[in-house]
Design a protein around this ligand. Sequence first.
Ligand SMILES: *[C@@H]1O[C@H](CO)[C@@H](O)[C@H](O)[C@H]1NC(C)=O
Ligand SMILES: *[C@@H]1O[C@H](CO)[C@@H](O)[C@H](O)[C@H]1NC(C)=O
Ligand SMILES: *[C@@H]1O[C@H](CO)[C@@H](O)[C@H](O)[C@H]1NC(C)=O
Ligand SMILES: *[C@@H]1O[C@H](CO)[C@@H](O)[C@H](O)[C@H]1NC(C)=O
Length: 206
Amino acid sequence: MLPRLIPLVLLLRTLSTNGAKKGCGGTYTAARGILQTPNFPGPFNVPLDCEWVIDAQHMMETNSSIVVYLTQLFVFEGLTFTEYQHYGNGYNINPKIIHTVNETNISKIRWVQSFQSFLVIQLKLPSLESAHIRVLNKFLDVFGFNITYEINTGIVRPNSCTMMDCGFTGVCYDHYTKFTCDCFDGFAGPQCSEGPKSVCYNAGVP
Ligand SMILES: *[C@@H]1O[C@H](CO)[C@@H](O)[C@H](O)[C@H]1NC(C)=O
Ligand SMILES: *[C@@H]1O[C@H](CO)[C@@H](O)[C@H](O)[C@H]1NC(C)=O
Ligand SMILES: *[C@@H]1O[C@H](CO)[C@@H](O)[C@H](O)[C@H]1NC(C)=O
Ligand SMILES: *[C@@H]1O[C@H](CO)[C@@H](O)[C@H](O)[C@H]1NC(C)=O
């Protein structure tokens, strides 16, 4: 049994050291991936100052861009998206803040796109209060974010979703080929907008 476990252990070690810069955030060079706050969906230690650096310099050929899809975003303060021509090793060139999340635009913005080589997402939070969107009785114990990014040829994939699109009664997932809302029990439909009444109707249907 034991020898069989070794490759898995090695793989896990590789994954956990990759991108663990200061215990949170990290540097991301793969063509796509998931960015999330420590312990997501649970709470994290505050004060928090984390940086997720998407480094696309090796892929910046023909019209490449970095797109971040805000699939699961619950933080509405202290979260900024800054693009750079160069970032790191002591020198940063051409910083430009391209998005700042606030309480209003958190429900409107589905994705953020940069045509620069580096996109740096910074989350700086003194407390957990604004790390935590509450909608009715849902998401009481969900903190931070779990979002995806992709480095591609300038294309933003259509029909991406946010928690808003899933009616706050389901969770938006990125499957890289498509986005779907995974509805909570009792809710249905592409935007989880049917229910909880429809459970009663559906119960009568074989
Ligand atoms: C790059 O973008 C320009 C302007 O949008 C377009 O004309 C050109 O065809 C694109 N090149 C590639 C390889 O996609
Ligand atoms: C979101 O709101 C912040 C704070 O008002 C603002 O600085 C930022 O430009 C807004 N972003 C967008 C894309 O509207
Ligand atoms: C959030 O950003 C939007 C868009 O930029 C702006 O209209 C709004 O006033 C901002 N709200 C707050 C609370 O800063
Ligand atoms: C984080 O998001 C990805 C992509 O949408 C999803 O596959 C994954 O299940 C999510 N993780 C959690 C803990 O929700």
